[in-house]
Design a protein around this ligand. Structure first.
Ligand code: GLN
Length: 308
């Protein structure tokens, strides 16, 4: 049996101190205040064990990791119909790029670049009369933590600087791929990105993906969130698109489906086995946590296991 605690302790104590500190995101002003020395790791296994080290209980801004949750909420209602409005190919472009949208007629490449996530959130607004409350309910239930909240200062800060996301939404609306008022959409999107969760919360919330779509820890007993086929598809899109134009390199180095956010978090999972979350706010040029990727690469290397 792998001693996961030993593995993450070793990574935390050897890699953490020697790794060069990178700069947190600052295009959303409130994110720039994150302490670049924060570092946490948490694991939840399907066998019911949890392991953690460092700042693993400290809530941080999950940003684009929220795109996995909103996608799951919409996919469970729309099924395959979601793929009419959003593709499932890597974009090869930065997460907030506008260029492909014009010549691809307002249909985003995938649900994890901002354009795709905006379409998904737009559908979520169609489906749920109180979308923000529904998103919070969903992550609270997946994580088993009723205290998860929106960090309103971060949401406000992003809302005040959301020109690019507004441009993406208006461009897609001109093609008929956004149904709702753009102001409302951006408000819900900035709130979902500003959800505060810890590594422990995130690892637990990703367990349903490791478990073929069933949340094993739901309060009333195991709860199906997605069908096995939907869970497979979501995992495939995370593997190919979860790290924007660094997705190929993440698959190469780590070998797990996962999703990053510009708050410095990464959540990933090993099907049939475990979910793992890492947080360190310093980012690389792709907007992914520098130490987070290094940690996960060492993790799968040390345990000698990945999806490959
Ligand atoms: N809220 C961020 C944005 O829209 C999310 C980006 C990210 O985490 N990659 O710019």
């Amino acid at each position: 049996m792998t001693d996961y605690q030993k593995v993450i302790d070793r990574i935390y104590h050897t890699v953490g101190p020697m790794w060069p500190q990178a700069k947190p995101a600052d295009y959303i002003p409130a994110l720039a205040q994150a302490d670049p020395s924060s570092y946490g790791i948490a694991i939840n296994t399907l066998g019911g064990d949890t392991f953690s080290v460092g700042d693993s209980h400290v809530p941080f801004s999950i940003q684009s990791i929220s795109k996995v949750f909103t996608f799951a909420m919409v996919a469970r209602h729309l099924g395959d119909r979601i793929w009419e409005s959003v593709g499932r190919e890597p974009s090869g472009n930065p997460f907030n790029s506008l260029v492909q949208l014009e010549y691809e007629h307002g249909r985003p490449r995938n649900p994890f670049i901002n354009a795709g996530a905006l379409v998904v959130t737009d559908r979520l607004i169609d489906l749920y009369p109180r979308p923000k409350e529904a998103i919070l309910d969903f992550v609270r239930s997946l994580s088993g933590n009723p205290d998860i909240y929106f960090d309103t200062a971060i949401a406000r800060s992003e809302r005040a600087t959301a020109n690019r996301n507004m441009a993406l939404a208006y461009l897609m609306k001109s093609f008929g791929n956004i149904h709702n008022d753009v102001e409302t959409l951006i408000d819900v999107y900035c709130s979902q990105c500003a959800i505060s969760m810890s590594c422990v919360d995130l690892a637990r919330s990703f367990l349903f993906l490791a478990n073929r779509g069933v949340n094993p820890l739901a309060p009333g007993g195991p709860e199906r969130i997605l069908t096995p086929s939907q869970a497979k598809r979501l995992g495939a899109v995370m593997l190919t698109c979860g790290f924007y134009d660094e997705s190929g390199d993440f698959a190469f180095r780590v070998g797990l489906p996962g999703k990053s956010g510009v708050g410095g978090g990464i959540a990933a999972y090993m099907p049939g086995n475990l979910a793992i979350a890492v947080w360190c706010p310093g980012l690389n040029s792709y907007g992914n946590s520098l130490l987070g990727i290094e940690t996960l690469e060492r993790f799968t290397t040390d345990i000698g296991n990945s999806i490959f």
